[in-house]
Design a protein around this ligand. Sequence first.
Ligand code: ZN
Ligand code: ZN
Ligand code: ZN
Length: 941
Amino acid sequence: MAKEKNKYNSTMNLPKTGFPMRAGLAKSEPKRLEAWNENHVYEQVLKKNEGHEKFVLHDGPPYANGPIHIGHAMNKIAKDMINRYQMMQGKEVVYVPGWDCHGQPIEHKVEEKLGTAKFNATPTSEIREMCHEFAVENIELQKAGFRRLGVLGDWDNPYLTLYHVHDAADIEVFKAMFDKGMIYRGRKPVHWCKHCHTALAEAEIEYADEVSPSVFVRFELIDVPEALAASGMPVDVVIWTTTPWTLPANSGVALSADADYVAVEAQGRLGIMAKALWEKVFHEIAHLEDASLFTPAGASEPWCVHGEDLVGITYKQPIFEGVTGKIVTADYVTLEDGTGCVHTAPGHGVDDYYTGMRCDLPIIMPVDDDGKFYVGDEYGTGGPFSGLDTDEANPKIIAWLDERGTLLAEKKIKHSYPHCWRCKNPTIFRATDQWFVSMDETGLREQALEQVRNNVRWYPERAANRIGAMVEGRPDWCISRQRNWGVPIPSYTCADCGEKVMNDDTLDAVIKLFHEKGSDAWFTDAPEDYLGDACVCPKCGGHHLKADRDILDVWWDSGVSWKAVCEGREELKYPADVYLEGSDQHRGWFQSSLLTSVGANGIAPYKAVVSQGFTLDGQGRKMSKSLGNVIDPNKVCDEMGADIIRLWVSSVDTSTDVAIDHEILARTSDAYRRFRNIFRFLLGELEGQFDPETEAVPFDELLPLDKLMLARLTQVQAEVDEAYAAYEFNRVYRVLYDFVVTELSNVYLDALKDRLYCEKPGSLPRRSAQTVTAELLSMLLRDLQPILAYTCDEVMTYAPAGCRDHQTYAALLDWYHSPISLEVANEYRPVLEAALELRGVVTKALEEARADGTFTKSQQTRVVATVPAEAYALLTGDKACDLAEFYIVSEVELHEGEDYDVVVEAAHGECCDRCWNYREDTGVHGEHEHICARCAEALAE
Ligand SMILES: [Zn+2]
Ligand SMILES: [Zn+2]
Ligand SMILES: [Zn+2]
C-alpha cells in the first residue's frame, strides 16, 4: 500500500492502536512489575491451575555473595521461560527460588572484614551471626535483581540453606545414609589448605604452575641382591620427588613391575634405578660423567632385573634411623621422568595411600593443621625438622640430605600443582581423620550410575556421559570441613575415653534440636542439655560428650535441598520434574543432589536435567573487570529493558557456552523491534475493530489465502511447542523470528493490507483477514510470553478480549491451540509451497522490471506465469488462493509448461484512486471517478 496522500484516506480502515511503536522498556517494565506484585499475578496463576498436574522446576540455589551477574540472569530467565510455558499448559507450577548460604566464601568475606587475628579470636557463634547477616543482605540484593528480570515465583517464601528446616534435613539425610553404612570416618589424604585450615574437595581445587625443588635421593638398601652384594659397595635405590618435605613420612618405594632396572656405579656406591633413565639422571642431571652400569664379576652383560624382582627388599628410611621402608610395585609408575623409583608416603598422596593400603605400608602423617611438623624424635613427627612449616622445611631437608651424602642431585622444576580455590595458595596432601561417603561399600556408585543412565533425561543428551564419567571415576566423597559457617557433622567425642559417639539416638536428638533452634545451637548448647538419655558413651559408659567441630561440605547443604524443599514443602513434589544449571554443576550440585538422594532413597531427585554453558564475551573470553567486558544485567535492565536480556537468552544455544556483549545486545534490540512491530501491526487491525468471539469466520469459509496462512501458523505452532518441551529456546526463537520476518511481515501481511484497509468493514474478505490476524495475535502472544514477558503483558492491554482469554496479565494465558489440526494443516502445505516458489520467480521478474524503469509499483503489472504440471495442479486446485492478491499484482495468468517462467506486462484497466489497484472495472461509480467497483461498494456504505 502506497503511503502517498490519498483523498480517500478517511474512508479506509487504516491501522489504529494505542500500542506504542517505541518500547521504552526501561521505564515501563518497573511499573508493570509493580502491578504484577500488587495484584499477585504469580498467585493468580497458581489459583487458575489449582488442582491440576504439578510441574516442579527445582531451583539450584545461587551463592549469596554479591550482586547478580549475567550468568545468573541467563539461569533464572531460562527457568522462568520453562515455568511460564508450563503455566500456560495449565500445570500447577510452583517455583520456589533458593539461596545457598553457608560455606567458605561468606566466611572468608567476614574474615576479611575482621582481619585474620580478630577473626581467629572471635567465638564461633559470633562469626556465624556475622555470616548469617552477610548472606541475608546479599539475598535481598539478588532477589531484587531476579525479580526485575521478570522472573515469576514465590519470592516471599524462598528457601535458604540456613533455615532450621534445612539444617535438620542435612542431618536427616546424613542419618539415612549413616544407617545404611555409607558414611565412615577414615584417615585418608585429602587436599588440605594450611592457610584456610581445611580439607578441600576436588571441586575446590585449581591447578596452576608452581616451581618446586626436584631432588634425587639415595635410600640405602638393607637387603642387597646377591649379585650386587658381591661388589662390596653400599647399594641404594635412587628415588625422585618434588616434595622433599614428604620424606619424613616415607614408608615405601614403588617400581614399575615390568620395567628394567639397573645398578649404576658412581662415587663408590651402586644406585638401582630404571634402565631407561639412568644416563639422564647420572650424566645430565647429577653431572657424574664417569658413572657406568655395574656388571657383576663373571657376567657378560650389566646387571638388569625387572621391577617385580625387587619387591619386598627393605631400605633405611631416609630421615629416621632404625626405621625401614619397603620396595613395592605400582601401575602408575612411568618412565617419563624421575628414576622409575617412586618415593611413597601414603599419608601425603592419594596414589601413595592406595599403594600403602594394598602393600601394607604404614600411613605416616607428621604435619599438623597449620602445615607444621609435629615436634618429636619419633617416626610420625618432624624429627630433625620438628615445628617447621612444610615450605620452610624443603630447603632444610635438602641441605640435611646433602650433608649426609644421600642427595644425588637437585634441580628446580615448573609443574602444574593444586591450589586452594579460595586463598590461591598451593595445597598439600594430608591424611587426616575425615568423614566420607563411601561410593562402593553399599553400591552407591552403581545405583547412582543406574539412575543417571536409565532414570533421568538429560538435555543435551551428552550431559549424561559427562556426569556418568564423573560419578564413575570419583573417589569417596569427603564430606567434612574444618570451618565455622556450615552445618556440623553430628558427632561427639567422649571426654573420658576419646571414643567417637554417633548413633540413632544422638542423631534423632540433633535433628530435633536443629528443627527447633537451628544448627547454631550446636555451638552454644551443651550436649547433655539436649541429648538426654542419649548422652552416654557406649564404650566407657561416661556421660561427658563433647560436640565435634567439623562441618559438612557446603555441597551437602545444597545437595539435600530435594529433602528440605521438594519433599519438605507440601506445594512441591519429589522427585522434581527438572533441574537446570550450568555445566559446572555436573561436578557440584547435580552430583551432590544425586548422591544424597540415591544414598538416602535409592532414586535420583530429578526426572530431567538441563545443562547450560557459560556466558562469555563476544570474543569468547571470560568476563572480568580488568578486560572491561562485563555485562551487568541490572544496568542492561535500566538502559534497554529486561525483555532485551530475555530475548537474548532465547536466541542463543544455552546448551553450550554463549556470547554476549554490547554489539550482540544491539542486534537483539533490532530483533526485538521486529517482534514489537508485528504486534503493533496486528493490534492495529484488531484493537476495537474485531471481536474474535462473535465475528470470526469459520475455517471452511475463510478466503483461500487465509486458509493457507492459518495452516502455516498451525505448523509453526507445532514446532514451537515441540521446541519448548525440549528446552530448545533458541529453536523457539529462530522459528518465530523467521516466521515473523520472512513469512508474515514481508509476504502475507503485506499482501493482506489491501483487503484489511480497503474492504468494507464487516465484509467477508475483511473479516476473513481479521480472523487470521486475530489467530496470529493469539498465537504470538502465547508463544512469546515466556520470552518477552513484559512486552506480551503490554500487548494484553490492547488485544481484543477473545485473543487473551479475557485475562489482564499475559502470564495467565492458556497455551495456544490452532482451530485446525496439524493433519489438516499439512494438507495445505504443498499449495503454499508452490505459491511461494512461484512467488520467488515473480518477485525477481518484478524487480527486474522495476530496475528497467518499466514499472514503479507491482500493482501496475500483470503477470503471465508458466509453471510445471504439478504446481499448476496445486495452484488451480481446490486449495488454490488468489495469486494476484498474494503477489500484489493486478492479475496472474497461469499456464502449464515445462518449467517456471514469468513475463511481466502492463496491467489491464486503470488505477483506482482509492486502493491504487489496476482494475478493468475502474471508472465512474456514482459521484466517484477513477474508482474500482470494490471500492465503490465500500464507499457506498
Ligand atoms: Zn586456602
Ligand atoms: Zn567413653
Ligand atoms: Zn479500489
